[in-house]
Write a protein that binds this ligand. Structure first.
Ligand code: ACM
Ligand code: ZN
Length: 473
């Protein structure tokens, strides 16, 4: 018995009822899409073309009908009968996910390993477990060109990722032009590559078309070596600039606010702005008279408190501009404004500290979701890495401990691809095949997950040529 064609879906749907009967693929000759969902027509056409199906668009009464219905964001439903297919969605994302699921079933139906080209009848109803299904790409350590970033977004959308966190600056590179830091245009890149403002607009448009939000990040007060090599006046040690801004100097905050104001102008429809906040070394601050004076004036006894205070002012500033700040959760001490989202990456106990304050969290714990880590030890790895197998990604769950305490405050998950060791030509090798596991971790309810069944589904899709199709998007 070949597998039922609706039993190949990744991520696993909320519910799927296998029915008797088949819809022969060669009977699918027409499709219609409701006006509200019209943008998915091109996606469907691409799949029909790749599979050599001759399907034309029709105004109504088609074999495939994509209808608008009142459903939650991203949710979709599909009924496959011997007569045809009806899909329903309440927004473009849901319609696109339904089209993606149909693509998987059509690949399975037309795979050579199956005896006949037909879709098995089924009723499917699906909705996301988490509203935040993120992926972070580090374009600072290694630059990826604009066309590659657009391809990356197209691939992410297949896996129902709806938030693209873009790590645009770091010690090794500043990847967009800034009028407040114009010296960086000439001297700002340790490795080659910088997006123009037109590139950023083009990538933003691509993301918008795919229903993906961009969350741009400027990482301060650490991770800023390249910026500070060009603007040493904002460091504690201008004669030998380090990677941290001088947080005791009031001019630093003005400079950083200007940078973020401009970032928000460059990304006018990004409701979330990432301010970094991770891994600053306190050594230069400890030795800096300006920082010491600021610390004492505020009544603090450690530089971590001064850093917290600095980041609180920055998050308040972002909020005052009508955006929501996101911060890597590693500072200790004072709490950020409740409107700040904390991205948990290092300490799984962090949610317990910040949730009572009203903060929401995004779960990115490194040994579960850092895609730069090797999938197995045959790959190159660095001392700071753990092994992160496909199985490890698959079993990741943000409710790992204290589910009742973290549940309501957890927006979702975000996988991160840092690129210290990953040039552009290795990015897809890092993504595949673990992205399949990640999509199920971010989308599917735990009770619908099964590692062995997931392996079966992935192998079927791979054998049907689906993985190659996605890589070619
Ligand atoms: C981080 O990995 N430094 C957020
Ligand atoms: Zn200082």
């Amino acid at each position: 018995m070949p597998d039922h064609t609706a039993s190949v879906l990744i991520p696993a749907p909320e519910s799927m009822k296998e029915l008797c009967g088949k819809l022969p693929v060669n009977k699918i000759t027409t499709f219609a899409v409701a006006d509200e969902l019209a943008a998915v027509a091109a996606e469907l056409e691409k799949v029909f073309n790749v599979l050599g199906m001759n399907v034309s668009r029709s105004a109504d009464k088609a074999i495939i009908n994509f209808k608008y219905a009142s459903l939650p964001d991203g949710a979709w439903q599909m009924s496959i009968t011997q007569e045809g297919i009806t899909a329903a969605a309440g927004d473009l994302s849901g319609a696109s996910y339904a089209a993606g699921a149909l693509a998987q079933m059509l690949f399975a139906a037309t795979a050579k390993s199956l005896p006949d080209d037909a879709l098995d009848c089924a009723e499917i109803s699906d909705k996301p477990r988490f509203q935040w299904r993120g992926f972070m790409l580090d374009s600072a350590r290694h630059y990826q060109d604009k066309e590659f970033v657009k391809k990356f977004l197209r691939i992410l959308s297949v896996f129902r990722i709806n938030n693209f966190h873009w790590h645009l600056v770091d010690s090794q590179g500043w990847r967009y032009p800034s009028k407040y830091a114009s010296k960086l245009d000439a001297k700002g890149l340790w490795s080659v590559g910088q997006y123009t403002l037109d590139d950023l607009r083009e990538v933003s448009q691509c993301a918008r078309d795919l229903g993906i939000r961009i969350i741009p990040e400027v990482d301060v007060p650490g991770h800023s070596r390249i910026m500070l090599a060009n603007y040493p006046e904002y460091t504690c040690t201008p004669e030998k600039p380090g990677a941290e801004f001088c947080i005791g100097n009031p001019e630093t905050m003005n400079f950083i606010k200007n940078i973020f104001t401009e970032l928000m102008e460059i990304f006018p429809d990004s409701p979330y702005i990432h301010v970094g906040g991770d891994e600053a070394d306190t050594a230069n601050w400890d030795a800096c008279p300006v920082c010491r004076k600021a610390m004492e004036a505020k009544g603090f006894s450690t530089m971590r408190e001064l850093e917290n205070d600095f980041m609180i002012e920055l998050t308040r500033f972002i909020i005052s501009k009508g955006r929501t700040p996101i911060i890597w959760g590693t500072c200790s001490g004072q709490l950020y404004p409740a409107d700040t989202i904390v991205q948990v990456w290092l300490d799984i106990r962090e949610p317990l500290k910040v949730i009572p304050n009203g903060n929401k969290i995004i779960y990115s714990v490194h040994n579960s979701l850092y895609f730069d880590y090797p999938a197995n030890l045959d790959e190159p790895w660095e001392t700071w890495m753990f092994e992160l197998s496909e199985k490890g990604v698959y079993m990741t769950d943000p409710y790992i401990i204290w589910p009742e305490k973290v549940k309501d405050a957890t927006l979702g998950t975000e996988a991160c691809l840092w690129t210290e060791t990953v040039p552009q030509h290795r990015v897809l090798a890092k993504l595949f095949p673990r992205i399949f596991a990640y999509s199920e971790c971010a989308w599917s309810a735990p009770e619908n997950k099964s590692w062995h069944d997931f392996q079966r589904r992935k192998e079927l899709l791979e054998a049907a040529g689906y993985m190659d199709y996605i890589k070619s998007l």
